[in-house]
Structures are given as C-alpha cells and as structure tokens.
Design a protein around this ligand. Sequence first.
Ligand SMILES: CCCCCCCC/C=C\CCCC(=O)SCCNC(=O)CCNC(=O)[C@H](O)C(C)(C)COP(=O)(O)OP(=O)(O)OC[C@H]1O[C@@H](n2cnc3c(N)ncnc32)[C@H](O)[C@@H]1OP(=O)(O)O
Ligand SMILES: Cc1cc2nc3c(=O)[nH]c(=O)nc-3n(C[C@H](O)[C@H](O)[C@H](O)COP(=O)(O)OP(=O)(O)OC[C@H]3O[C@@H](n4cnc5c(N)ncnc54)[C@H](O)[C@@H]3O)c2cc1C
Length: 679
Amino acid sequence: MVSENGAVNEDLVKERQNCSFNTLELTHLLDGGEAKTLERKEREEYFLSDPAFKDEVPMEYLSHQEQYEHSVRKACHMFRKLQEMPHGSMDNFREPPVESVAQRIKQLLGGMLGSAILKDGNPLALHYVMFLPTLAGQGTVEQQAYWISRAWNLEIVGTYAQTELGHGTFIRGLETTATYDPSTQEFVLNSPTLTAYKWWPGGLGHTANYAVVVAQLYTQGKCHGIHPFIVQLRDEETHMPMPGIIIGEIGAKLGMNTTNNGYLGFKQVRIPRENMLMKNNKVLEDGTYVKSPSDKLTYGTMMFVRVVICQDMASYLSKAVTIATRYSAVRHQSEMKPGAPEPQVLDYRTQQYKLLPSIASVFAMKFSANWIWEMYNVVNSELDQGDLERLPELHAVSCCLKALCTSDAASAVEIVRLACGGHGYMKSSNLPSTYGLVTAACTYEGENTVLLLQTARYLMKTWQQARSGQTLTPSVAYLNLYSDWRQPRTVWENTTDCVIKAFYQVAAGKVKAAAEHMERRAKGGMTPEDAWNETSIELVAASTAHCRAFIVEKFIETVSKTDVSRPLQAVLCQMAELYAVYWLLNNKGDFLMFSNLSPADVDGLQLWLEQLLTKLRPNAVGIVDSFDIHDDILASPLGAWDGRVYERLFEESQKSPLNKEPVNKSFHEYMKPFLRSNL
Ligand SMILES: CCCCCCCC/C=C\CCCC(=O)SCCNC(=O)CCNC(=O)[C@H](O)C(C)(C)COP(=O)(O)OP(=O)(O)OC[C@H]1O[C@@H](n2cnc3c(N)ncnc32)[C@H](O)[C@@H]1OP(=O)(O)O
Ligand SMILES: Cc1cc2nc3c(=O)[nH]c(=O)nc-3n(C[C@H](O)[C@H](O)[C@H](O)COP(=O)(O)OP(=O)(O)OC[C@H]3O[C@@H](n4cnc5c(N)ncnc54)[C@H](O)[C@@H]3O)c2cc1C
C-alpha cells in the first residue's frame, strides 16, 4: 500500500473518505471559531515557512553544545519575528499586561509551534513563562513599569530561580539568604552551603542575565520566610558573571536538553532594596518588615504555570496521538484470519484500546484546561481586589489538575509510542522526545505526588465542613451528597448520569475512608503529622479520584452543551463516554466498593467500552486530522499527512552522519586489526 510519486497513502485516503463528520467543524470548535483557525494557520505559516528554523542536520546528531547554540539562535530569531509580526494577528503582543497575552505565548512556546521550532526545549522559555509573570504578579506598579518594559523588549533575559540542590518541594526550607543592610539600603544574597545553590532554573546556565531569586528574607535580625528578589547575574554587555555569582549548566538530562537548566551560587552579592519584589510584602528603608494579607500570594507564579501546563499537555498529547493513529492506519501486520491480507494495525482491538482512550484524553485535558484558565482569571481579579476567599479552592483544583494532566499525558504518550512498534523507538518518530518533554512536567512546577497531597489537604478540610453540615463550594459540593457509601444501592445503568454520579461516589468514598483512617490513627495516639504520613497513599488516591470525577463531569457537560452538527455531536459524546468508561473499568474495584456498580454490571461496561471502540474506529483518523497539526509541528515520518511512512523513514535514515561515507574510519582503526588478530 505504498503510494507512488508523493501521492497520499491509499489507506489514509479511505479513512478520510469514511469519516462520518466534518473535520473542519471540529477544527474550528477546538480553535474557538473559524477566525481563530485562520489566525493560527497564518501564525504557523509565518513561522514555519522561515528557512532560518530548518535544521540542516537533525538536532540529535549535534553535540550538546551545538544543540544549545542552535537553540539560542532559533529562540532569538523566533522572538525577533514575534516582535516584527505584521499588524493584525498579533497586534497587541508587544504590550503588557503579561497575563492577558499568556495564551498566545503558550501557543508559541508550548507543545505546538514552540516544539516545532525548538524540539528539545527553549532556552528563553522561562523568561516568558515565569520571569515576566513574576514581575507582573509580584512587582509594585513602579517595579512593573521599569522591569517589565525592559524584559518585554528583551533588553534583558530573565529566569525564575527557586529550587536549590537540597530543596525543590519544601520551599520553606530554601537556604539562600537575603539579609537587609539598612546602612546601604541593600540586600546581601548568600549561599551558605552547597545545598543552597540554585539548581534547575531554565535558561540559567548561559542564557539569562537576570533572575527572580527566591530567598529567605532577614531584616532587623529576624527571618520572614521566602521572598522574591531581582538579581543581576551577568554583565549586560560582556555576559560575564557578576562579582560573587557562581553560575553554570547542570548537565545532560532525559529530555529538554536545550532549556539550559542551570546552577547558581551567591557569595555576598549586594542588590538595591528596590530589587525586592514588593507588591505583597515590603521592607521599608529602615528595615521594617510590612506583611501582606497572605504569604501564599508569593506562590502566585507557580499557580499560573500549573494552570497553563494543562493546556500544554493537551497539545503534546494531540501530536503524539496524531502520529500514532495515522501510522496505525498505514501499518499492516500479521493475519487476522488465515490467508487474509494483512490488516491495518488500527483494526486490532488492542490497538484501538491503546489509541482511542488516548485521543479522548486530549479532549478531556483541553476542556478542563479551558475551565481552569477561566477560573484562574476570575480568582486572580478577585485577589487584585483583596478578596482571597477562593484562593484555596483554586490552589486545590490547579494542583490536582496539573498532576493528572501531566501523568496522564506521560502514560498516554508512552502507550502510543509503544503502539508504533519499533518505529516508535526511533528518535525521528518524535515520540521519544515528546515523552521527554511531557514526563518532565510530572516533576517541574510541583512534583505530582506532592501536589496531590496539597489537594488532599483541602479535601480533608472540606470533609470536616461537610460533616458539620456546612454548604460547600461547587467543586466539592458532592461531599455533602455522597458522604455515606453504605446508603442503599440503586440500580446501575449504562448512562452518563449514572457514571458521573459513580465517579463522585468513589471520590467521596475515598475522601471519607482517608479521613476516617487518619482520625483513627490520631485517636490511637499518633501525632496528626504521623497520621497524615501513614494515610498518605489513601490521601493521594482520594485526590486522584476527586480530580478524575471532575474531569469526567466537565468533559460530559462541555460536550452536551456544545452547539455542533449531529454527526460531530455523536462523535464527541462517544469520546466522552469512552473516557469515562475507560477510567471506570481501570478502577473497577473502587466502583464496586463505593458506587452503585455491582459485579454483575461489569460485563455490560466492558461491552459498552468495546462498542464505543467499534463506533469510533472509522473516525480515528478523522478526529486526529481535526487537530489540524502542521507536518512540521508533528515532525515525524510516522505521522505526516500523506502517510508516506516508509519513504520518510528511509529519508530520515539518510541524515545519519554515519551514512555520509560507505566505510567508517573505525573499521580501519579498530575492527580490522582486531579481526586480523583473530585469524
Ligand atoms: C507557555 C506554556 C508552556 C508551559 C510550559 C512551561 C515550560 C517551562 C518548563 C519548566 C518550568 C518549571 C519551573 C519550576 O519548576 S519553578 C519551581 C516550582 N516549584 C514548586 O512548584 C515547588 C512545589 N512546592 C510548593 O508549591 C510548596 O512548597 C508546597 C508543596 C505547596 C508546600 O508549601 P508550604 O510548605 O509553604 O505550605 P504548607 O504545606 O505548609 O501549606 C500552607 C498553606 O498554604 C497553602 N498553599 C500552598 N501553596 C499554595 C498556593 N500556591 N496558593 C495558595 N495556597 C497555597 C496550603 O494549601 C496550605 O493551606 P492551609 O489552609 O491548609 O494551611
Ligand atoms: C525539567 C525541569 C525544569 C525545571 N525548571 C525549574 C525552574 O525553572 N526553576 C526552578 O526553580 N525549578 C525548576 N525545576 C525544579 C522543580 O520545580 C523541582 O524539581 C520540583 O519542584 C520537585 O522538587 P525536587 O526535585 O526537590 O523533588 P523532591 O521534593 O526531592 O522529591 C523526591 C521525592 O520525594 C517525594 N516527596 C517530597 N516531599 C514530599 C512530601 N511532603 N510528602 C510526600 N512525598 C514527598 C516526592 O513525591 C518525590 O517522590 C525544574 C525541574 C525539572 C525536572
């Protein structure tokens, strides 16, 4: 079934002919309307048609240093083009406020355009993703006016230096100190130990010349906890490290090798008092400390990034499933029936089970990412008005959503990579590096287990409120409804209403079980902290169940409210059902324990899942086509639109530097003498 002369692969042609809905309609829905699709395509054309972004030699064949140098060149060119972008599509891009344009930055830096231009990470990403948002979120109006305009115009390049060699999660335990000296009105930054060295910040190694540094603030002999400071790291002209700054790159990693993650030590480095970001807490000239209404406002940038990561994961996963689904339509293997032609691997039920729930996950992530982005904006404007009431809820939802979106994306990318057999193991397939980018997000911006435990903390509190009969906010209101799983069981039905209810019953059951087990341990004499630690496996499970219920509900709700044609509505409903039934069956023990599901209902659910796979199979290629991902963004011989998988794989092999000469010199130097010696 190999096409000739560059024609589209015949299998893909048939798949596209058999698609039951209008793929353009779904593209527009996902982009947010036809105009947005056009804008996106214009933007893609503007960047991707530029020869300066083409790699003569694939990045994987370059040295670590060359990879970095190419990435800096491309990143600078990308942001130059951004500044020069023709009027119309990006006209307010040059203007702060930063967060209002964060969505556009996401499109550039994130899993779509960004990863097409800079395949293994962007050395300038932290400047946009964390340095600028921290200036905007933590700086006073005067600080914003000075620093944001310098950063926005790329007169300076910044990063966000929080994590240290000794501490990433426990930020109250950071060791870097910033001690106020009222005689000179300066802060003195110091790294008292090796473990106090900053470790990990993106772009810190050799790219940034400034950083927001998070350090323990000392003034008038007292420590006031961690605060953000702007520190100059390198000379603006020569780029040499400033006096007292010890700086470099941390070394090669599983992925993200061009983000230039760095280390940073301070030897009594002095900065002006005005360099402490003082929107929330302040230090006056005489050293008096003025506290803000909540210390947690200092954590605002982390919250912002956790929210945007969800969207980013949807982008990476949509690429991976597009590659694997198109490949599975083109790939033929084995015999389903004796003597019959080799079927497309997409026709194997097990292959459908790998691909279709992963495709459904893209929608689930997109819809919940949109929801949390809106909530973030609303709560953030409330915070600006001094109303902190919904901050804990936003923190709880953003923590668990970040954790589930990243861990689901990492598992699904690996599942679909394996679904491509040997070819998925090739770097050129782009699946290994996509995995590297996605799995990193399980750790950065809050390690996932730790974040799930943050949500659990909130759930334990709301559980106590539910028990005392208080009304709860919408995201946890189910705890009032389903607090007793021993209530009489009703009949199970294979309907979305019954399924949503069951997900919430499971979440409530797990929250209750964790709370009771913790209480029992405390009553038995354990300290609350020990009881928490002993119960933490169940606490993580409760948080996960809470978040899964929420994602399932948002998916089903969004699909049912979406105004689209009937054929598309049918496909979206099937996707939402598949997502729900897949996760239900994967955790059936929980559902048997806490919901109306009984063992006799499980066969029916399995059948429902299989029926959904059958219904969705003919539309698999159509759905991933609707993601409308440019071939240069997919960057994979397995996933290109035309399906010329084998020709492209062969072309890619020719780029190996080893194939430049028929005999490698190692033959003469080592092999030949060795072989001769054996004669
Ligand atoms: C452009 C699009 C592409 C995006 C892709 C980005 C690519 C860029 C690549 C990489 C960037 C990565 C950058 C980083 O990793 S920066 C470093 C991030 N570090 C972390 O996230 C550290 C994680 N640790 C923490 O957040 C915290 O330490 C903690 C685990 C939450 C614990 O904090 P702490 O010990 O102070 O708090 P307590 O546990 O005692 O809790 C105290 C109460 O505060 C509440 N809390 C905690 N955090 C927050 C918050 N952010 N907002 C609001 N409230 C918060 C907590 O719930 C407690 O409340 P309670 O009422 O129970 O007392
Ligand atoms: C690719 C990448 C980019 C990064 N970029 C930046 C950056 O730009 N700026 C920056 O400041 N940082 C950055 N980081 C650091 C990142 O934020 C931290 O790695 C992350 O917060 C986790 O901290 P840790 O590495 O110290 O892990 P640890 O906290 O040491 O985690 C190790 C293990 O301990 C467990 N653990 C820790 N605490 C608890 C607890 N309370 N309860 C239960 N279990 C616990 C964790 O679950 C985990 O299993 C980056 C990291 C990566 C991987």
